[in-house]
Ligand binder design. Structure first.
Ligand code: ADP
Length: 643
């Protein structure tokens, strides 16, 4: 026990233990930011406290299914915001679940909210840019601690529903908090009262009109009614009715209400890019309100890949992370409410029921349908969604076999002929060149860099479009997809290029790789011997027109990019050896061939073979095989050139 706690215990007597606790380090850091900074967006504290109060009511509503005695007092759920100007006090009270002493320690001394964690991570990444915090704070749900932006002391009086113990949590936000027992006569029957003693510069929040308008603006869609009292003995005024927005008919909901609801649901404070609201009728009946966010949520690539899907059964919140959409739609935020699932079983069992499976299927089909419609009717709006979430949706091409064809219709690509993107596979097929037998693609990290790959040269010369696929997931779906409209997907860096039959775009006859001169053939054989162990083969290329050489994967086996991804994740011990393709018509190659045939200066040709190989690796974003040997060879060649 700390000195302060001991002193408090001593003063209050042994029967009333008061304990002082230090905040977890991260909380202390966050609080420091809250206490010492003046954020332009500090208004948000009220929406955060109301959101916690509403969560507390929803938790109790759920617990009361199994334990109806918890709500035996019959009081309807409500959130009460009240002002006491004489005491400088603003209170947000709820009659929800409340907190035990252990709950208080676990919840209000650590970082509980994922939004808060994400906020701190972003700050870490942007260390020393406190101004950034100002811009960021409104975008993350930073939770309870935001109270310290406006209050220099916060007291939480709380009683866990169904218990006979109540507690007061007190802190000035400076490193520690205190918990003391609270006399039941002073405590709420159930739930919590969060009392903020406002800072000198935050008195504006004692003005009734200000608080009322903030609540209406930011918390109007909260599913628990909110009442307001402008002074201790004032008259209760109802601010919101707590009606479930999703149960209303579309014509009764304004765009602003949808946005507000989206923000509460998503914990993200942008505009939704797509709002989908419907009531399914038929075998099962349910209401759905779903949103595609206007920007990427911070946890989009979190391995846990949690969606934010709320499942209600007859207005009772069963869970906030229902498994209602597959991983590749995890950016969709939604609420489903149904009367067709039983209320009295566990969350897990509810989600295993066939009714749940049917609802999930219905939701995915509808969301897909709306995305497809948008793609047809508003290319720009869909383009933005694809820009944000395309790399996630593409996971469906790999994971959701049944919907692959539908997803192929949605997918948008950047290609060698359309670097700005927005190409569909249908566009690609409409643009096939005579004798073209496949849909060609190139895998990599970055579409811009891919556009400069030597492997594309022969395709460019023939006017063949190549899809540039920069996302890690691309390496997976292209390998399993059978094709689109009868055309297989084919990597331009794998196997021999089968493009000889496609005429050059300028109408000229292309030289054929099988027509190489005997001198070049001898050179290639010598290069193969030199690079033995490092390459699978050295051969003349059909896919090069400007560069002297490039690397490709052998005909069978994985693409080089997929291999690299697998090996980065420790799932592949050894990379397979590539094939070095050489441009038989390149001046460097013909010069080397004649030199080799002439005085047979093997050392130069050996150095050249290795340098061409390493250069091709570098162009593919890899390191030279042996950096020291590479440097020595390069130096030798430069010395000769300078001599
Ligand atoms: P979040 O609400 O995102 O989890 P907060 O920092 O706002 O994060 O709150 C932390 C935790 O404190 C909550 O998860 C909840 O357990 C608890 N809590 C906060 N306010 C209340 C309340 N009014 N009633 C019950 N529990 C609460």
């Amino acid at each position: 026990m700390t000195d302060e706690a001991e002193a408090a215990t001593g003063a209050a007597g042994a029967a009333t233990p008061t304990a002082t606790h230090a905040f977890q380090a991260d909380v202390a850091r966050l609080l420091d930011l809250m206490v010492h900074s003046i954020y332009s967006e500090r208004d948000i504290f009220i929406r955060e406290l109301i959101s916690n109060a509403a969560d507390a009511c929803e938790k109790l509503r759920y617990e009361a299914i199994a334990h109806p005695e918890l709500v035996a007092d019959g009081a309807p759920f409500a959130i009460t915001v009240s002002l006491d100007p004489d005491k400088n006090r603003l209170t947000v009270a709820d009659n929800g679940i409340g907190m035990s002493e252990a709950d208080l320690i676990a919840a209000l001394g650590t970082i509980a909210s994922s939004g808060t964690k994400a906020f701190l991570d972003r700050l870490n990444a942007e260390e020393d840019k406190k101004a950034e915090a100002q811009n960021l704070i409104g975008q993350f749900g930073i939770g309870f601690y935001s109270a310290f932006m406006v209050a220099d002391r916060v007291e939480v009086e709380t009683r866990r529903a169904g218990t006979d113990a109540a507690w007061r949590w007190i802190s000035d936000g400076k490193g520690a908090y205190r918990i003391e027992p609270l006399d039941l006569s002073l405590a709420p029957t159930r739930g919590s009262r969060v009392n903020l003693f406002l800072k000198e510069d935050a008195k504006e929040f004692l003005q009734a009109y200000k608080i009322e308008s903030l609540i209406k603006e930011h918390s109007g869609a909260v599913a628990v009614p909110i009442v307001f009292l402008d002074k201790p003995e004032g008259e209760e005024k109802s601010l919101t009715d707590g009606a479930a927005l999703w149960a209303k008919s579309k014509s009764d909901v304004t765009p602003e209400q949808y946005t507000e609801f989206y923000r509460t649901l998503a914990g993200q404070f942008d505009e939704p890019a797509l709002t989908i609201h419907w009531r399914a009728e038929g075998r099962y009946e349910y209401n759905v309100l779903a949103f595609v966010p206007g920007s990427r949520p911070f946890d989009l690539f979190d391995p846990a890949r949690k969606g934010r899907a709320k499942l209600y059964v007859r207005r009772v919140l069963i869970t906030s992370d229902a498994d209602l959409v597959p991983g590749w739609l995890r950016f969709v935020r939604l609420v489903v409410d149904t009367a067709d699932l039983p209320l009295n079983v566990s969350r897990e069992i509810v989600q295993q029921s066939p009714v749940f499976a049917a609802i999930k299927k219905g939701v995915v089909t509808r969301v897909m349908g709306e995305l497809t419609k948008l793609a047809e009717n508003d290319k720009d709006a869909f383009g933005k969604i694809w820009e944000n979430f395309g790399s996630v949706i593409k996971e469906g091409l790999y994971e959701d076999y049944e919907r692959r064809d539908a997803l192929f219709k949605l997918a948008r690509f950047v290609s060698s002929t359309h670097p700005d993107g927005n190409r569909t596979l249908a566009d690609y097929i409409a643009n096939l060149r005579p004798n073209q037998t496949a849909i060609y693609y190139l895998l990599g990290d970055d579409a811009k860099r891919l556009a400069g790959s030597p492997q594309l040269e022969g395709f460019k010369a023939r006017g063949i479009e190549v899809l540039l696929l920069p996302d890690p997931v691309d390496a997976f779906w292209v390998g399993t997809a059978a094709g689109f409209e009868g055309k297989p997907f084919k990597s331009v860096t794998q196997g021999a290029a089968d493009i000889k039959l496609v005429p050059l775009a300028d109408g000229q006859e292309a030289p054929k790789s099988e027509d190489v001169s005997p001198k070049v053939a001898t050179l290639l054989a010598f290069m193969k011997q030199t690079l033995e162990g490092a390459v699978e083969d050295v051969r003349a290329s059909d896919r090069l027109s400007e560069s002297p050489a490039c690397l490709v994967a052998p005909e069978h086996g994985p693409d080089r990019r997929l291999e690299r991804i697998l090996s980065q994740h420790g799932r592949l011990d050894e990379l397979s050896k590539p094939v070095l393709e050489v441009n038989p018509n390149h001046p460097l190659v013909t010069a080397l061939a004649s030199r080799f045939g002439g005085d047979g200066d093997k050392a130069i040709v050996e150095d050249s073979a290795w340098l061409l190989f390493d250069e091709a690796r570098i162009v593919d974003g890899e390191q030279p095989k042996d950096a020291a040997a590479f440097a020595a060879r390069l130096r030798r060649v430069l010395e000769r050139a300078a001599a």
